[in-house]
Design a binder for this molecule. Structure first.
Ligand code: GDP
Ligand code: MG
Length: 593
């Protein structure tokens, strides 16, 4: 048995290589094969990112004549899900590190390598895409040696797309990675690294057995949540789940134990037996909590029941998504949702819109602030609607992160500037390898969730990688920024901001609304305000939009079509006072330039 994972910079061919390995080992028949088998959420396939980790067992008969079980554990590829990556790597002994022969080593190659090293994994470098005319295998070998400190001459040169030299990868997994260690007679310790919801069986928990043996009928305990269950089924992952009489130390598989909600299993928790439990859980568990909050409303208030149903369904399979009822004067009923980060938010939004056909409005994402009032009370506020009267506030605190940004040395100036603009403090620099810098900065989380990652990618031309840990709360100068349309507050556009950042944010919102709200027969005033102080303003002049003016002559059916189109457009608008605000205006305010 061998347990391994594939890591790579995005687009270097991780999913394509996984597909080839799955095909060669004959797990899936040619007819059933769908490209990028592991990325089975269509959204992941489309965006080319892997969000949830997945696992599959590949039976492989090696040159030595023995048949091995190769457990391939796919890892999510984004910082929002870094905790899940970490747990998934914890279930492996080694990784394939894929480098694109035409691109060479890039930011995420290095970040992934460090993660693998942190988990003491064996690393097999693989150079992919050697079929490309622009491939430079020798240069890739040189970079693997010099930038990564691995043996570039040993790297296996392949083409995942054209199926060149894939068997060499399989042989290397068998020869270079150690089999898992662990004692099947020890007390049970099984690491949870993922969980998925199955409508017929409930929660299917993905585990790596570190010590001991697990069988159906046994009573188990989750060591951190202290919940107890009875095992119904255990098994391995082929193309489908394959039930087995037991799972033993070293194996990667699944357990079904009547767990109703995915949220009841925590990734990183340890499963042990109720009788004769292990002395202590496996290390590294932390409870993942949402850090970014936004309210989700249906564009049409009639769609609220559908939205409620869709969010329930998503939550079955996504333990890190939280939701509570919310309501807004402008937008009606909706949900206040909590996310792991901005990508997580976008993924949820896209799934709601595309899988469930909903059309949605999301409010400005916020972090959770601590507000201490004059009478000594402490409140936690992430929703601008619950921001108390400022005269009752003693002081506020906001969450801070320690960001670790890795990049080639030449970008250091622009990245420093970006971090300082975002109220960064206490920077520190290390050089993990020549020419590369690891810059650490303490930053307010609120400054990072807005558009930091996009900006970082721009100033480093895609070479900057970014990871962060939350380090605690610090005092801050907080205010609620309101947006007024014809003097009426649009509650869904209010946001909690640092006072220093209020004016640029207000100018941005006012400008976006001016550009996206259609002219009316009357003047529209748009203002940004803190309390009664106006800090930004703009006006949309009066104008009657005549959509039929483009139709010369008397083609009445064409005229009617245009008018109908205009009517349909109006349905996607929200009235604030007497001003219709289109959905795209709410969205535009959220986007950065
Ligand atoms: P991932 O982001 O690392 O999972 O990368 P993918 O496996 O999704 O591949 C990214 C792109 O590179 C896709 O368009 C693949 O078809 C292409 N690709 C992957 N492997 C090869 C290869 O060996 N040769 C060529 N020419 N293209 C490849
Ligand atoms: Mg992929």
């Amino acid at each position: 048995m061998r347990n391994f994972s594939i890591i790579a910079h995005i687009d270097h061919g991780k999913s394509t290589l996984a597909d080839r390995l799955i095909q060669i080992c004959g797990v899936v028949s040619q007819r059933d094969f769908q490209n990028q088998f592991l990325d089975n959420l269509y959204l992941e396939r489309e965006r080319g990112i892997t969000i949830k980790s997945q696992a599959i067992t590949l039976p492989y008969t090696a040159e030595d004549g023995q048949t091995y079980h190769l457990n391939l554990i796919d890892t999510p590829g984004h910082v929002d899900f870094s905790y899940e990556v970490s747990r998934a790597l914890n279930s492996c002994e080694g990784v394939l590190l894929v480098v694109d022969a035409s691109q060479g080593v890039e930011a995420q190659t290095l970040a992934n390598l460090y993660l693998a090293m942190e988990h003491d994994l064996n690393i097999i470098p693989v150079i992919n895409k050697i079929d490309l005319p622009s491939a430079d295998v020798e240069e890739a070998r040189r970079q693997i040696t010099e930038d990564l400190g691995l043996d570039g001459d040993e790297a296996i040169a392949i083409s995942a797309k054209d199926n060149i030299n894939i068997p060499a990868v399989l042989e290397a997994i068998v020869k270079e990675l150690p089999p898992p260690v662990g004692d099947s007679d020890e007390k049970l310790q099984a690491l949870i690294f993922d969980a998925q919801y199955d409508p017929y069986r409930g929660t299917v928990i993905y585990i790596r057995i570190k010590e001991g043996t697990l069988k159906p009928g046994e009573h188990i305990r989750f060591m951190h949540t202290e919940q107890e269950y009875k095992v119904e089924e255990v098994g391995l992952f082929g193309a489908k789940r394959e039930a087995k009489p037991q799972l033993t130390a070293g194996e990667v598989g699944y357990v079904i134990a009547g767990v109703k909600n995915v949220a009841d299993t925590k990734v990183g928790d340890t499963i042990t037996h109720q009788k004769q439990p292990a002395d202590k859980p496996l290390p590294g568990f932390t409870e993942i909590k949402p850090v970014v909050f936004s309210s989700i409303y249906p564009v049409s208030t009639d769609d609220y029941p559908e939205l409620a149903d869709a969010i329930d369904k998503l939550m079955l399979n996504d333990a890190s998504l939280t939701a509570a009822k919310d309501s807004s004067g402008a937008l009606g009923f909706g949900f206040r949702c909590g996310f792991l980060g901005l990508l997580h938010l976008e993924v949820v939004q896209e799934r709601l819109e595309r899988e469930f056909g909903l059309s949605l409005i999301l409010t400005v994402p916020s972090v959770r602030y601590r507000i201490y009032t004059n009478d000594g009370e402490k409140m936690e506020v992430e929703n601008p609607s619950y921001y108390p009267d400022p005269s009752t506030i003693d002081y506020c605190e906001e969450p801070y992160i320690r960001a670790s940004i890795m990049m080639p040395e030449r970008y250091i100036g622009s990245v420093m500037t970006l971090c300082l603009e975002r109220r960064g403090e206490n920077s520190n620099m290390t050089y993990p390898s020549p020419g590369r810098v690891d810059l650490s900065f303490e930053l307010p989380l609120a400054e990072v969730i807005y558009d930091f990652y996009d900006k970082l990618k721009t100033v480093t031309q895609g070479y900057g990688s970014f990871d962060y840990d939350i380090i605690g709360y610090r005092r801050t100068d907080l205010a609620r920024l309101d947006i007024l349309v014809n003097s009426e507050r649009v509650d869904a556009l209010s946001s909690l901001v640092h006072k220093e950042r209020a004016r640029p944010r207000a100018l941005h919102a006012v400008k976006k609304l001016r550009d996206t709200i259609p002219r009316q027969q009357f003047k529209i005033a748009i203002q940004g305000a803190i309390g009664s102080t106006i800090i930004a303003r703009s006006t949309i002049g009066a104008f009657r939009k005549d959509v039929t003016s483009k139709c010369y002559g008397g083609d009445i059916s064409r005229k009617r079509k245009l008018l109908e189109k205009q009517k349909a457009g109006k349905k996607r608008m929200k009235l604030v006072g007497n001003v219709p605000i289109p959905q795209k205006a709410f969205l535009a305010v959220l986007q950065s330039d």
